[in-house]
Ligand binder design. Structure first.
Ligand SMILES: [Zn+2]
Length: 157
């Protein structure tokens, strides 16, 4: 049977991780690959608790400390990116897979009557942002590597 795109992608990111661990002389533990695979099977943002419960439900014996440690490694390896969606609360960080991603930004929608409780996070991609980036690069003679943009709001009644 032919491998699906998802299976191919998982092989690619596992190779990226393997190479990263080798370069940094970090331990090549199977849990790290299992956690990476779970992340890449997800289609939404997650926090450490979400990931921890997924792993526990799948009968992996990982500690929360391992999850935290592994997330730091994946961030440094460029396999995931970090978000802080709560604007006014000390909400936990959210993460998402990033290796195959197209650039996108986020619209954070709060629950009615609240400016802390998040109802929904919408991802969007507006090509005009690319244009802004280019003109800023030209104006200041820089090369922009990353950006972060969040819009916050409520649903209209
Ligand atoms: Zn996203």
């Amino acid at each position: 049977m032919e491998a699906t795109q998802k299976e191919k992608n998982i092989k690619i990111i596992k190779d990226v991780l393997k190479q990263y661990l080798q370069e940094k002389s970090y331990r090549n533990t199977p849990e790290r690959y299992a956690i990476l695979e779970e992340i890449y099977n997800m289609d939404h943002h997650f926090n450490v608790d979400d990931l921890y419960f997924i792993m526990i439900n799948k009968k992996y014996h990982v500690s929360k400390a391992t999850i935290y440690n592994t997330i730091e490694i994946f961030l440094d390896a460029g396999l995931i990116r970090k978000h802080q969606f709560g604007e006014k609360t000390m909400s936990s960080s959210s993460y998402e897979k990033s290796y195959f991603d197209k650039q996108h930004d986020h619209l954070v929608i709060y629950k009615e009557g609240s400016d802390k409780e998040i109802e929904e996070i919408i991802e969007f991609c507006d090509p005009r942002i690319q244009g802004i980036k280019q003109s800023i690069e030209e104006a200041f003679g820089v090369k922009i590597d990353t950006h972060s943009l969040y819009f916050y709001g409520h649903k209209k009644k």
